[in-house]
Design a protein around this ligand. Structure first.
Ligand SMILES: NC(=O)c1ccc[n+]([C@@H]2O[C@H](COP(=O)([O-])OP(=O)(O)OC[C@H]3O[C@@H](n4cnc5c(N)ncnc54)[C@H](OP(=O)(O)O)[C@@H]3O)[C@@H](O)[C@H]2O)c1
Length: 314
């Protein structure tokens, strides 16, 4: 749309020797991100919930880039056990992990609970990524200069006044489907804030971003919630959206641009195309960020047992 194109695929440096995971790398901006990182010689894991869509993306990326180091990693963020298994599967390979792009997401889906009984947009967009990241964190920290990129949205600006309605998370009548999305995207910003604090003194650069308004499959949830009468309106709105290639640029910037380290960008919030911006006040609320961290940690321990994080972080 009207954003200045200050980053482009050709500015991605050579990534030989770098290992990358892109969640939701099978379609949309995740696919473009995985493809462009592979093109620059990274070893890329497409972390995806279905093997059919994941493997298809892997084959397509290999074909389009002529690179072979692209693999599928089974990850269903709607199940904490699947997230744990995905992390363990990756860790068993004994590879470093230089770039983690927490990109997968759902938007405005009808109220549902994850297999752990957690409201699904919070569960998929925030909690699954929280667990995945923490389980991978020792490896990320041990990898020579690393990046964690949390894909949020400007939609976080419309989160409820409390920011995160902890007590009402599982109340189907508390928020509508879009409000649940806004809340989950604020959680992405808050997770970045607190994680960055805990990464102080390390070589890990963690940032969040809004990628733009992009023509992808994200509107699937809206159609599922509102019904197919909304399809023509969704279709018309696509004329005002940017392409997935452009939509991937801001996360590619956060994941690869040397500027991140040169300018010591940590815990920042970016907008297209790689411009530093500010989240709303709730996104800078350190107390709320800590509360979300503790809440998420306790919820996961309740579901998976107290020792789930035993090997993951100090
Ligand atoms: N599009 C926009 O305008 C826009 C604007 C702001 C922010 N964003 C953010 O950008 C990110 C990418 O969205 P997109 O626009 O590229 O949407 P998309 O085309 O719908 O892609 C979403 C990806 O997330 C994956 N995913 C969904 N549920 C999952 C689960 N339970 N476990 C693992 N993966 C799961 C999807 O896998 P399947 O293909 O198997 O469903 C897909 O790969 C999201 O975090 C979104 O919030 C997008």
């Amino acid at each position: 749309m009207f954003w200045k194109k200050r980053f482009s695929f050709d500015k991605i440096p050579d990534l030989s020797g770098k290992v990358v995971i892109v969640t939701g790398g099978n379609t949309g901006i995740g696919f473009v991100t995985a493809r462009e990182l592979a093109r620059k010689n990274a070893h890329v894991f497409v972390a995806s919930r279905t093997s059919e869509r994941g493997e298809r993306a892997v084959e397509l990326i290999k074909k389009e880039t002529n690179k072979d180091a692209v693999e599928f990693l089974q990850l269903d963020l709607k199940s904490l056990n699947s997230v744990k298994l995905a992390a363990e599967t990756f860790l068993a390979r004994k590879l470093p992990l230089h770039i983690l792009v927490n990109n997968a997401g759902i938007m405005a889906t009808p109220f549902e609970k994850t297999s752990d009984g957690i409201q699904d947009q919070f569960g998929v967009n925030h909690l699954g990524h929280f667990l995945f990241t923490l389980l991978l964190l020792p490896t990320i920290k041990a990898s020579d200069s690393a990046r964690i990129v949390n894909v949020s949205s400007m939609a976080h600006e419309r989160a409820p006044p409390a920011g995160i309605e902890f007590e009402k998370l599982n109340d189907p009548n508390a928020l509508n489907s879009f409000q649940r999305y806004y809340q989950s995207k604020l959680a992405n910003v808050l997770f970045t804030l607190e994680l960055n604090k805990r990464l102080s003194g390390t070589n890990v650069y963690c940032n969040s971003l809004h990628p733009g308004i992009i023509k992808t499959e994200l509107t699937r949830g809206v159609v599922a919630d509102w019904g197919s009468w909304i399809k023509p309106f969704v279709y018309i709105s696509t004329f005002f959206m940017i392409t997935a290639d452009d939509g991937a640029l801001t996360q590619l910037y956060c994941a690869t641009s040397p500027e991140i380290e040169e300018k010591n960008f940590r815990g920042k919030y970016f907008v297209p195309y790689g411009e530093v911006s500010e989240p709303i006040a709730q996104g800078k609320d350190e107390e709320l960020a800590k509360k979300l961290w503790d809440f998420s940690e306790n919820l996961i321990k309740e579901k998976l047992g107290d020792d789930v994080f035993s090997k993951s972080y100090a």
